[in-house]
Ligand binder design. Structure first.
Ligand SMILES: Nc1ncnc2c1ncn2[C@@H]1O[C@H](COP(=O)(O)OP(=O)(O)OP(=O)(O)O)[C@@H](O)[C@H]1O
Ligand SMILES: [Mg+2]
Length: 238
């Protein structure tokens, strides 16, 4: 499979805090890759470095043959790399429909293509269709997470970066969100998934990387890591 995203020896600092320490990993076309790790491990920092929100001190990030590590965030989105940020930041005063429209604002491929993607998003996330005229701020937490995913899909991404989509959701909704991620991937979108919920993330991912205090401690096939004793003790509680 072709390599789509390549993170090569990156360092990220917040002032004097060395948050990401020389990490490298890659995501191939069609894969779901997960980055698991505890609070403060550096997962969100890594996502922000990829999406152009944070500057690198060292290293390089490539996406589909482009060096994106010095590119502005809005240009990276135009290359087809969309992010669903941590904490599902939707525009609470806007309706569901308007939030989805915001996702498509950088597109220049015409009304018809955008309408097709509205249909695709409503097929994938029927609950959003029912609530299209509702203000996003009045949606439940799970519905807001669906909207955040739907909005990112309206950018027509080739790859989706998801930062802790299961955070704060009930077990039933967590299952639903992970099923949606699998469906999105089956529709042809490559996924990089950051999660504290290692159990669920390892179930749907092809490969995984374990991040600990800014470094990658382990990597491999998701199924194998789920059976690894160290991973089980530290992240699966068994
Ligand atoms: N804006 C900031 N200024 C200073 N330090 C920061 C900033 N943002 C994050 N950090 C620090 O960088 C480290 C990595 O944080 P990050 O948010 O990437 O962790 P995370 O793995 O996403 O954690 P969580 O699971 O809690 O979301 C932490 O030690 C954090 O305190
Ligand atoms: Mg985080």
């Amino acid at each position: 499979m072709a390599e789509m995203l390549s993170v090569k020896g990156i360092d990220v600092y917040y002032g004097s805090i060395h948050a990401i320490k020389n990490i490298s990993f890659h995501v191939d076309e069609g894969e779901i890759v997960t980055l698991i790790g505890a609070n403060g491990a550096g997962k969100t920092t890594t996502m922000h470095a990829i999406s152009g929100l944070l500057k690198l001190e060292n290293g390089e990030i490539d996406y589909c043959g482009n060096v994106i590590s010095k590119m502005e965030a809005h240009k990276i989105i135009r290359l087809g790399l969309a992010q669903v940020p941590e904490g599902r930041r939707v525009f609470s005063g806007l309706t569901v429909q308007q939030n989805l429209q915001m996702g498509a604002y950088t597109r220049k491929d015409g009304k018809e293509a955008i309408q097709n993607d509205f249909d695709m998003v409503f097929d994938l996330l029927p609950r959003l269709k029912e609530r299209r005229a509702q203000a996003a701020g009045t949606l439940s937490g799970g519905e807001q997470q669906m909207l955040a995913i739907g909005r990112a899909l309206m950018c027509k991404p080739n790859m989706l970066l998801l930062d802790e989509p299961s955070m704060g959701l009930s077990p039933l909704l967590v299952k639903e969100i992970f099923k949606i991620i699998r469906d999105v991937n089956r529709n042809g979108v490559t996924v990089l998934l950051v999660e504290q919920n290692a159990k669920m993330a390892l179930e749907i991912a092809n490969r995984a990387y374990v991040l600990e205090t800014g470094t990658i401690k382990m990597e491999g096939d998701a199924g194998e890591l789920a059976n690894n004793i160290e991973v089980r003790k530290a992240y699966l509680g068994c």
